[in-house]
Every structure is written in structure tokens, then in C-alpha cells.
Design a protein around this ligand. Structure first.
Ligand code: FE
Ligand code: FE
Ligand code: ZN
Length: 278
């Protein structure tokens, strides 16, 4: 089995997200650690976090997958943007310690002209500054569509970052199905081959979470526009094969599809149905 859930808003607190997801029928979720435009986030309410922890245990949730801000870019050509990015990363990881044992995912970054090698070095530097042997969070690099100067559009680039990180047991990868497809990997026609390639380059044990999205664009488009399950270029059959693939069992799958609540509930139940058929 896999764990299934979607992105939720943290505005009503942590426990509220757990209760909402149980109502939706899922058993994991994601949230932006601050608002996606990069503004302030709620202060830490440890009682609220403890209430969520109790809910997760009682309802047998899988690992949660917090998402760092889109504006966080530790490999920007601008020194100020890099410094802001490192501050956000540090604060996010401090806050995550209130929910030990979960996952924190972020977009590796855009090098904005510095070049891929320099960008990879800066990302690794930031991680080496922030990751400690005693932390209780695993930090995930997301597979990207390779849009513009985005780093992480190939498995090899992610591997290069991981190779330079000292606390390597604190790092993993979040496999975004829309991004990977848009980057050019044929997860529709050759899912086994792509996962084998991932295993060869990075190692499947590092694949800790999946962002489960269809794509509005064809393979190799480098666009990054998510679509509802079955309504894009991946299609429902391919998405079902991904959810049921033996190599991906036990992972949290997070829907980042363009939906309101009702649409998410429907997609969660579609995935639960696939697991029951089996
Ligand atoms: Fe993302
Ligand atoms: Fe994603
Ligand atoms: Zn995306």
C-alpha cells in the first residue's frame, strides 16, 4: 500500500489539517511551511503540534511531506536572495522538529545565470550548514521539470547534490510525476526503465515521497503545469501503474492537482479504489 493525501492550508493550525485529511479519507498530507508567496507563517504552537502528533498515531498516518516556499532559492545569483533562502530553510527545519519523523521537501533552486555546477555547490553548502546528525526530519530534493535555470531536472543533478552533503542519511528525493515527465522521463511508456534508472543513479531507498500529479503538457516540455488525475498527458492507466508499482509501496503520495476540496476527495478515493482492487 501507499499513503495518499493532498496539499492543505496551515491557516487553521496543525491539528486541523490532520482532521481535515481524515475527513477526506486520506492518511498523509502536505502543507506550505509559509505562504507560497514567501510571507510570514504562523508562530509555533507546540500544543497544536502535539495534538496533530496524537491524531497521526491514532489514525495510522504515513509520513507528512511539508513543502518549503517556492521563493526559497539558496543558489540564486543574488546574495540577498541566497541569504533569505538560507534563513527560510533554517527556520523551516527548526519548526519541523516540533513534528519529529516527517519529511520536508523543497525545490533545489534556480541558478539564475551562475551555471549548474555553481548552483549545485551552493545548494550543497546550504544543506551542509543546516543538516545535523541529531535532527528528526528527512529533507527531500524535488525532481524538477528543468524549466529555465532550474536545478534538479535530471536524476544526475540530484545525485551530485546528495554526493556533496555530509549528513547523507538526512537527505532523500521527492519524485514529482508531472515534473519528471515534463523533464523527459517516460513514466508512461517505460515506468520500470525510469525507476531502474533512478535506482542506478540515486538509489530507490532515497525516494521517500511522491508528488502525484498529471501533466498539462507532453513529455520533455519542461513546463511544470499540473493537471487533475487522468485529464493530462500521463492518463489514468499510467497513474494507476505508478501508484501500484512495487518499488514505490510504503511511500506517501501527495496530490498537487488543480482541485478544490471535492476534487481532492474524489482523487483520494480513486487511489484508494485502486489499492482495494488489487
Ligand atoms: Fe514542489
Ligand atoms: Fe511537486
Ligand atoms: Zn510543479
Amino acid at each position: 500500500m501507499i499513503y495518499i493525501g493532498c496539499h492543505l492550508s496551515v491557516v487553521d493550525g496543525y491539528r486541523a489539517m490532520g482532521e481535515t485529511m481524515s475527513r477526506f479519507g486520506g492518511n498523509t498530507f502536505a502543507w506550505f511551511t509559509r505562504n507560497p508567496r514567501g510571507g510570514r507563517t504562523k508562530p509555533v504552537l507546540s500544543e497544536d503540534m502535539l495534538a496533530l502528533q496524537a491524531h497521526l498515531r491514532r489514525e495510522h498516518f504515513g509520513p507528512l511531506v511539508a513543502h518549503g516556499s517556492y521563493t526559497m532559492n539558496v543558489c540564486s545569483a543574488k546574495e540577498e536572495t541566497r541569504a533569505n533562502g538560507r534563513d527560510m530553510l533554517r527556520q523551516d527545519l527548526e519548526r519541523m522538529e516540533g513534528l519529529p519523523g516527517n519529511l520536508y521537501n523543497f525545490h533545489p533552486g534556480t541558478h539564475t545565470g551562475l551555471g549548474t555546477e555553481a548552483g549545485i555547490g551552493l545548494i550543497a553548502d546550504a544543506l551542509n550548514e543546516m543538516l545535523t546528525p541529531d535532527m528528526h526530519t528527512t529533507v527531500l530534493l524535488e525532481t524538477m521539470a528543468g524549466k529555465g535555470s532550474e536545478i534538479g531536472g535530471t536524476f544526475e543533478e540530484l545525485r551530485e547534490i546528495i554526493d556533496r552533503v555530509e549528513c547523507r542519511d538526512k537527505i532523500g528525493v521527492c519524485f514529482d510525476t508531472c515534473h519528471t515527465w515534463d523533464a523527459g522521463y517516460d513514466i508512461v511508456g517505460d515506468l520500470d526503465g525510469v525507476l531502474q534508472h533512478f535506482d542506478d543513479v540515486i538509489g530507490l531507498p532515497r525516494l521517500k515521497a511522491v508528488h502525484f500529479n498529471d501533466s498539462k503538457n507532453d513529455r520533455g516540455s519542461h513546463k511544470d503545469r499540473h493537471e487533475k488525475l487522468g485529464q493530462g498527458f500521463l492518463g489514468l492507466e499510467a497513474m494507476k501503474r505508478i501508484a501500484l508499482h512495487p518499488a514505490l509501496q510504503g511511500r506517501p503520495f501527495i496530490l498537487e492537482t488543480p482541485n478544490e476540496d471535492a476534487g481532492y476527495i474524489e482523487e483520494i478515493h480513486t487511489v484508494l479504489g485502486w489499492m482495494q482492487e488489487k
